[in-house]
Design a protein around this ligand. Sequence first.
Ligand code: FO1
Length: 315
Amino acid sequence: MSAAHAPVVALSGGVGGAKLAHGLARTAPAGGLVVVANTGDDFEHLGLRICPDIDTLVYTLSDTADTTRGWGRADETWHFLEALERLGGPDWFRLGDRDLAMHVLRTERLRSGRLLSAVTRELATALGIDTPIVPMSDDPVRTILDTDEGLLDFQDYFVHRQCRPRVRAIEYRGARSARPSPPLAALLAGDVPCAAVLCPSNPHLSIDPILAVPDVRAWLERSTVRVVAVSPIVGGEALKGPAAKLLRELAGSSSALAIAEHYAGLLDILVIDEQDAHLAPRIEALGISVQVDDTVMRSIPDRDRLARRVLRCLA
Ligand code: FO1
């Protein structure tokens, strides 16, 4: 009897990750994909629980994401924020009027005792999303950055200080005692051969917090789990965000090879951009197979094409 088909498990955070997750959701067979979201960026703001990487996935997979800003919703208005600012409230973290509904409803349901994974499923379903979007944990994990401006919470570093401080170390506070969310735990407990995709997200800020949740890394290291990553670094730079800067500050260099080294021991395959084809031999010397493709996703068809390439790697 052929092994039951386990879904492909995609780990994602940020905009790049959401783009590939979107392509995978559009091209994978029904029930063939689960997306695990980073929650290390989550924080409390104005009494609301904000879950940026979950929301980027929910908006992207429901085709309601703002593609210019890279976060929040399209067709947004800012009356709440203007009124807040006039009252002397903090406007450094911009909450749009439509986006606010997501945070208010999530916060209210969490306060009533629901788990983040259950609330996320309800909200994603309300927006017509079939693909399960699963928080890495329902327990709090917070990315804290040790910088030359002191210890910074994630959003303080990322939004308030616009990633300018120099980072010396990163802590995923709470990860050691965090439990995988129930849907993720069910996947980790499965003994059917599986496949995992490390989406082109920031390795330090989006993927490593997920790997820090106990049992996740060990699951990916299983011989029965085939792991493919798409490099978020193209030509030494990130397409968006501080991934290249953090690699330089924490690993000494930024390249698709640095990505391979960062994930050494986990990867079976690394998909790199055509601009980095010359790095393939050095990546293969690490025991990682290399696929070279155009990995820059400028359109929905680009997302579908790259997703099909990734799924073919895993077939
Ligand atoms: N990022 C910004 O750079 N500026 C903002 O004002 C901002 C507001 C915001 C509101 C809701 C939300 O879900 C995300 C928001 N982000 C903002 C993005 C967020 O900080 C990052 O997307 C993640 O934390 C890193 O991927």
